[in-house]
Ligand binder design. Structure first.
Ligand code: 15L
Length: 263
């Protein structure tokens, strides 16, 4: 049985994968936020020493650690850019060849909704977060541009980019187990009727999605509230406004500074 490290394991996607992969792989779960689990290791991947410690002795890494939405530049830089570099570099030093990097639809979120894009399009990030999810290196890399993982699609945009927990588990498994991968980009969506992506590369690698967001379309569209940002609605990522006012949770608060407390 392969030993697989999941970074950012306490987030939504990590939680779905940990459940779906129980018994299939020997999992090592890691995150900054601790959870109570025997196979959990606390680590801050913005520190190289932590990245080296958690990547030792694993067969593959599913790197989910970092911001999973737009955030302030300093936070994205530490967690998503420096953190990603540390995990990839630590993997190389520890001889871990296979990395599954769940990137995001936001790495190409500035393509318009009236376009269908494939795995070869030039990245067009729609945000600082989107930039941190636009690609890397020479080991065995498998990049999944994830739409949105949820038991059900949440809104009209997600009818195009939704992926069910069992489909994301299948897609990640291909990235862990399929021999001969050098560098691949696939889209992390179910077999959605309204997809904006041509996912032929995922199908070529053996992906057979079980679900389609269309099953929930009627209910989702009925609940859709009119009056969203009309410019954002042109773009696949749905992000247009500049989020300068997002607070940086990585910055020490005045209280902790005064006491000189470590995070
Ligand atoms: C993402 O990349 C996020 O990780 C997820 O939380 C959703 O916001 C998703 O994109 C989305 O675009 O719906």
């Amino acid at each position: 049985m392969k030993t697989v490290l999941i970074t950012g394991a306490t987030g939504d996607v990590g939680t779905h994968l940990a459940r779906e992969f129980a018994g299939k792989y020997k999992l090592r779960l890691s995150d900054k936020r601790p959870i109570k689990a025997k196979n959990f290791v606390k680590a801050d991947i913005s520190r190289m020493a932590d990245a080296l410690r958690i990547t030792k002795g694993v067969d593959a890494i599913v790197h989910l650690g970092g911001y999973s939405v737009e955030g302030p530049w300093q936070g994205i830089l530490q967690a998503n850019i420096i953190g990603c570099y540390n995990v990839f570099e630590a993997a190389r030093k520890n001889g871990v060849k296979r990395i599954v990097f769940p990137t995001s639809n936001h790495a190409v979120g500035f393509y318009r909704r009236d376009q269908t894009i494939d795995d070869k399009v030039y990245p067009r990030p729609d945000s600082r977060y989107g930039v941190s999810k636009a690609d890397k290196y020479g080991m065995e890399m498998y990049m999944i541009r994830i739409g949105n993982v949820n038991p059900r699609p949440l809104d009209k945009r997600r009818l195009s980019i939704w992926i069910s927990p069992r489909d994301i588990a299948q897609l990640v498994s291909i990235g862990i187990d399929r021999p001969g991968i050098k560098f691949e980009i696939v889209y992390g969506i179910s077999r959605n009727k309204r997809a904006w992506y041509d996912n032929a590369n995922a199908y070529r690698l053996g992906y057979q999605p079980q679900d389609d967001a269309e099953t929930w379309a009627e209910g989702v569209l009925k609940n859709e509230k009119p009056g969203g940002d009309p410019i954002a609605e042109l773009y696949q990522g749905g992000i247009f406004t500049v989020a300068e006012d997002i607070p940086n949770p990585a910055a020490p608060s005045k209280k902790t500074k005064a006491k000189g407390k470590k995070k």
